[in-house]
Ligand binder design. Structure first.
Ligand code: BG6
Length: 467
């Protein structure tokens, strides 16, 4: 065991789906970074269909990481030395018997299921029957179900073998530095709390925009759509961090408990509170039905039924083929009660803007007076930027946390189920879907869900820091 490891740490990592896309794009780079940065030194066992060899798997791992800026052959050699391979059918007990053999003396393995949810059942049972689940943890990837009933079924499958505290559900948004900063900024500063409520906040908006389409993932996207792909998970998680109360105590459970309370206070979204869009050209994508009604854009209005947030609309917007790739939160404050000076035309006046990607920016919007005669003003932003080169990727951070047994950045069964309750009404009916031009902010009708004269804040290309 590595000297930095503790007795709570997992002593072997098994990952199912080792030859898949996720392994190539995210898991190998994360493992490489963990070897390089933290000296990860536990056996890493790739599970996949038969016909591969450890040499072939090592070659694939190499291809996955060798173009990274920090590639060092010596570090890769260390990772390669940890790699093992077990091939076999996930429904065949012999596959798991072989895994148990390869695990050797490992007593606390962690199993990462980077495989379709339909395979979770057979794999979890295979692990249990072979003894590979003893003392083990399990990491699962989104999607956690397609709706509330399927999420509950998935949880039942996992709970048959693993207790909740040994289950790590990855939502990679929670591993992002900027998302953690949101929480930090809220609770490490005293000036926010007095105004962070319905008395001062007019509305909160979050836009997750991507310039690209479905990038060859048409068949996957047909099963999912924007609401399932990013709203139910990433964006509701961000809302939870923005809106939750401060945790009572320092334990992980305290944070989870507050988040859960918040999720439970989210009112299920009504069909008339959503606008679904589809970019022109989506139906010609490979794997997409010519008459598809799947949404590549969704805008919705959410309400949170607590004393803090009653009547404050939360607007969420996510889409493919939009003008910019960025995720940005705007917290719009109410106007001053009376206009002492001429502030006509200067809206929005006060706000907090959190740019979560690609840059990390926190800024406060204010009005200041123009120099010269007359009490006229202009909008300015007080801005904090944050960029640390070589920052951990969300997968590196989350996998590391899972190996150390730290559940704080993972989602729990009850929160996931509560989040499904919020969007379920949008998934059942055959709601209308409106075509939009690629490169626009979605269907213009997305403005129809705004109330009290509010308008969408369209994120702009971020001005770079002054030199
Ligand atoms: C994934 C979605 O979970 O998140 C993708 O499946 C989306 O459709 C991606 O593009 C965005 O993540 P990030 O970290 O690139 O903002």
């Amino acid at each position: 065991m590595d000297s930095k490891m503790t007795t709570l740490d997992s002593d072997a990592l098994v990952f199912f789906g080792a030859t898949g896309d996720l392994a190539y794009k995210q898991i190998f780079p994360a493992l490489y970074a963990m070897v390089r940065r933290d000296g990860l030194n536990i056996p890493i066992i790739g599970m996949a269909r038969p016909g591969w060899t450890v040499e072939k798997l090592t070659q694939r791992a190499r291809e996955s990481v060798e173009h990274s800026v920090d590639f060092e052959p010596g570090c890769f050699a260390k990772l390669a030395a940890l790699l093992r391979y077990v091939g076999g059918d996930y429904t065949d007990p012999a596959t798991f018997k072989e895994l148990r053999k390869v695990l050797g003396s490992a007593a606390r393995p962690i199993h990462y299921l980077a495989i379709p949810p339909s395979m979770f059942g057979p794999v979890v049972q295979g692990l249990a029957k072979s003894g590979c689940a003893e003392g083990a943890r399990v990491v699962v990837e989104k999607p956690f179900g397609r709706d509330l009933p399927t999420a509950q079924a998935l949880d039942r499958t996992l709970h048959e073998v693993f207790p909740e505290q040994s289950i790590f559900r990855i939502d990679h948004y929670l591993g992002k530095e900027a998302v953690q900063n949101l929480l930090y900024f809220r609770f490490a500063n005293s000036f926010l709390e007095p105004i962070w409520n319905r008395q001062y906040i007019r509305n909160i908006q979050i836009t997750m925009a991507e310039t690209f389409g479905v990038q060859g993932r048409g068949a996957f996207y047909e099963e999912v759509g924007a609401v399932r792909d990013v709203v139910q998970n990433h964006l509701l998680q961000v809302i939870a961090l923005l809106a939750m109360d401060a945790p009572v105590g320092h334990e992980t459970q305290a944070m989870q408990a507050e988040k859960l309370r918040l999720f439970r206070a989210m009112r299920p979204v009504r069909p008339d509170e959503v606008v679904r869009g589809q970019f022109r050209g989506y139906r010609s994508e490979k794997g997409v039905a010519p008459d598809s009604r799947v949404e590549t854009f969704a805008a919705l209005r959410l309400h949170i039924d607590t004393w803090r947030w009653a009547d404050v609309p939360f607007y969420i917007r996510a889409g493919k083929c939009l003008p910019l790739t960025t995720t940005e939160v705007m917290v719009n404050l109410k106007a001053p009660p009376l206009a002492v000076f001429d502030a006509a035309g200067l809206t929005p006046s006060n706000y907090f803007r959190f740019r979560l990607s690609p840059e990390v920016v926190i800024s406060a919007g204010a009005l200041v007076k123009h120099t010269g005669e007359g009490m006229h003003g202009e909008p300015v932003e007080l801005t904090a930027r944050h960029h640390v080169p070589g920052e951990k990727s969300p997968y590196e951070r989350l996998l590391g946390d899972a190996i150390h047994g730290d559940t704080s950045l993972f989602t729990q069964d009850e929160s996931v189920e509560a989040a499904w309750r919020v969007v379920d009404p949008l998934l059942k009916g055959d709601l209308p879907v409106t075509e939009y031009e690629p490169g626009t902010w979605g269907p213009p009708s997305s403005a129809d869900i705004m109330v009290d004269g509010a308008t969408w804040h369209d994120p702009q290309v971020e001005a770079s820091s002054p030199c």
